[in-house]
Write a protein that binds this ligand. Sequence first.
Ligand code: SF4
Length: 406
Amino acid sequence: VCPFGAITEVSEIEKVKAAIKNPEKVVIFQTAPAVRVGLGEAFGKPFGTFVEGKMVAALRALGGNYVFDTNFGADLTIMEEATELLNRLQSEEAPIPQFTSCCPGWVEFAEIFYPDLIPHLSTTKSPISILSTIIKTYFAKMKDIEAENIVNVCVTPCTAKKSEIRRPELKASSQYWDIPGIRDTDYCITTRELARWMGEEGIDFDALADSPFDDVFGQASGGGIIFGNTGGVMEAALRTAYYMFTGRKAPAIFLPFEPVRGLDGVKKATVTFGHFVIHVAAISGLANARAFIDDLIARNAFEDYSFIEVMACPGGCIGGGGQPKMKLPQVKAAQQARMDSLYARDAETDIKASWENPAIQKLYKKFLGEPLGEIPESLLHTYFMSKHSLLGKMGQVKPEDNPMST
Ligand code: SF4
């Protein structure tokens, strides 16, 4: 089940099918990193089997006009988030540590239970939301498609993404085109829902011939690929931050960066970037996040860290609530196999860091300008708001019980 966010899985597949049938609509799927190492399990494959090519082929067979890789969005998220980290570390006033914000379960948890942490959250949009925005602005312009005719569908391991895409502020494309009513992402379907849909349509999984992603947003670095694992966002960010801080490619220690790998709920590391010494932590599971943050509060020790990744699901998105189900004793083995599968793919890639992705470089050159520049600020960043008052309504904890409450 989802650890936070959407309690029940409400399928939007009928709406996606209707869009596919509508000749005016251009239906664009994007697939999150962890889906390709979970989907095969629904068709009897061993845990963690890497089925990217069949997944893309299935989405084409179901009627998608384009299939893009959310890993490209992850590379874009890293470009902005690593720049943000550099700016924070060079600023006298900006709050440190920076927390990641790509997990909607964690973001909602922070908004409700730790609203004083909001200034610490990276303002960079999640990989799905960032790619959806780019599709309805840059891609729409490039292909001369009216943004209101694009239907963005994300395929994710995550039930909480169903609520993220409905956040009212995630409508940058509506503001860009000055057309009311456009949402950046229209629908979200989970790995499990995709498998069910494929079954209903009689798609023979084994007979599917591998298909590549569409170009423009089909190429990603190893850093983008490992986003699905706990510690993956951190490792990807460090590979690019190293370059941004020093002007040099990340050394072999980051390829792989073992201290943030593995299924432990809390992982810590210290890295040196030129004259910066950076203490980082990667946390998965909200109970671990709560204990970690409460300890920092109790010890008044926030400045012990520069950068903290939090993912709500144990193991990260590979263990998301929308992945194929399994018996409880198999959970760890499945998570480990999915995690290994993403790391194996990273090991095979020539391009390890997000900044090295030629498609990312081209996007900044042709459209975005510089990270954190005027266009990225308006399209690729978001904001968060306190939902602390919900605590009283939930009848669990009174707002004044939160030690960070002001
Ligand atoms: Fe969703 Fe991943 Fe966060 Fe789980 S860890 S809630 S799957 S974004």
